[in-house]
Design a protein around this ligand. Sequence first.
Ligand code: ZN
Length: 508
Amino acid sequence: MSETAPSRRSAAWETLAAAMCDVRALGGAVSLLQWDQETFMPAKGAPARGDQLAAVQAALHERLTHPRVAEALDLAEREDSGDPDRAAALRALRFDHERAARVPQDLVRALALAQGEGVDAWKAARTERAFALFAPKLARLVDLRREQADAIGVPAGGERYDALLEGYEPGMRVSRLEPILARLVGWLSPLVAAIGAAPAPESGFLSGRFDADAQWRFTLELLAALGFDPAAGRQDRSLHPFTLGLDPGDVRVTTRVYEAQPLSAIFSTLHEAGHGLYEQNLPAEHRRSLLCAAPSMGIHESQSRLWENLVGRSLPFWRAFLPRLAARFPQLAGIGPADFHRAVNRVERSLVRVEADEVTYNLHIALRFELELRMLRGTLAVSDLPQAWAARSEALLGVRPRDDAEGVLQDIHWAFGDLGYFPTYTLGNLYAATLFDAAARALPGLEDAIAAGDLAPLRRWLTEKVYRVGRRKDAEDIVRDAAGVGLTDEHFERYVKTKYGALYGLAI
Ligand code: ZN
C-alpha cells in the first residue's frame, strides 16, 4: 500500500497553492479598498481609488488566469492526493479559473466601460425620473452579458441566463427557479391581499426622535449578543449597509442610523451581522485557499435573513431584547414584546424592495427575475421595460409606480448589468427558513434560549453545519446535509403562514 500511495507533495499543487494564496490576498485588498471607499475615504480620493481598484483587480485576474495555473491545474487534477479538501480546492479553482479565463480581455474591458457608463446614466435617469436616459446603456449591457454568457458557455441542459446565474449561485438553473418562484407567487399574492384587508398593527410608538448615539450603542450590544467577535471585525456607518470579509480574522460590517427610524439601524445590523458571523466562522485553516469562502450568494444571504428575520423578527427575541432597548429609549416604557413584535412585522404593499417585509419581499424578486430573464432571452425589449415593470408590479404587488424612479430605476443592479443576481435573495429567504426549521428540531429549547437572550446554541449549530464548511460543498448540498432537504419553499411557506396568520388573525 505504502509504495503505491500517491505522494501528497506535488509540484503542480505547490504552484496552485501559491496562486490561491495570492488570489485570496488580492481579493482581500480589493475588499479593503472598497470598504474604505464606502466609509472613510475623502471625496477627492475617488479618482485615485478607481485606479487603485482597477490595478489590483487586474493583478488578481492575471494571477487567476495565468497559463502556468492552467497547466498546473491539468496536472494536479490527474493526481490522486487522497485529500478531499485538496480535491475541493481544485474544483473551486477550476471553476473560478474557467469563468475568468474564457472571457476575452476586450470583452472584460468593454464590460467595465459599459458598467461605468451604466451607473452614471442610471444616476442621471433617477434624478430626472426618466428611464429613457438609461435605456441605451442598459441595452448595451444586456448585449455584453449575452456575449459574456456565450464566452463562458451555457451549462449542460441550461440556457444563457444560467451561465450568468452560475457566477452567483453555482449549480442553480432557471429550470429550478421558475417553478419555485411560480409557486411562491401562487400563495404569496392572495396572502398579501388578505393581510391588506386586515387592520394594520399599531406602530405609533416607533415615531419620534431616537437618539443616534444610543441607537449606535444598542447595535453594538446586538453584535455582541449574536457573537460577532470584535477582535476579528468592526462595525462602521455607511449609506448602504454591507459586509466585507477580508479574512475570518477581519470582517467589516456597516449599518446606518436614522433618528426618525429606529428600526433601520437595528435590522441593518442584524442582517449584516448574519453575513459577518458567516465570514468570521469560515474555516480559517484554509485562509490561504479558495475553500475559505461561502459557496454562493444565496447561502450567504440565508444567514443575513436568518438572523434578521427568523431570529430578529421573532417574539422570543424581543422578550429578551425589548427591555434592553427600552432601557436606552424611555419612550418605549410600557410597550410589551408582543406589541413590539407586531410592529416590526408590519406587512405593506410597498413599491420598494429594500424596505419590503418578509411576505412581500419575494414578490419583488419574482418581478425582477421574470423581467431580466425575458430581457436576456430577447423576448422583452429594453425600451418596453418600464411598462412591463408597472404592469407586473400591479399584478404581483397590487401597486403601480407613479414614475420610473419609483419603479424600474429603483435598484442599482441593472446599472452594472448584473443579471442573475436577484434570485439569490429569494434562495436566501428559502434556505433560511429550511435551516432554521432544522436548527429548531436539532436544538430542543431553542426558543427558550433565544427568549433568554442566549443565541450561542444557534450560532454554534450554524457554524458547524454551514459556516465551517466553506466552499467544500455547493450551497444546496450544505442545506441538504444540514436539514435533510435541498431547495424548497415548504418551510418558508409554513413559517410565513403560521406567523402572519396569527399576527393578522387570518384563518389560513
Ligand atoms: Zn444581505
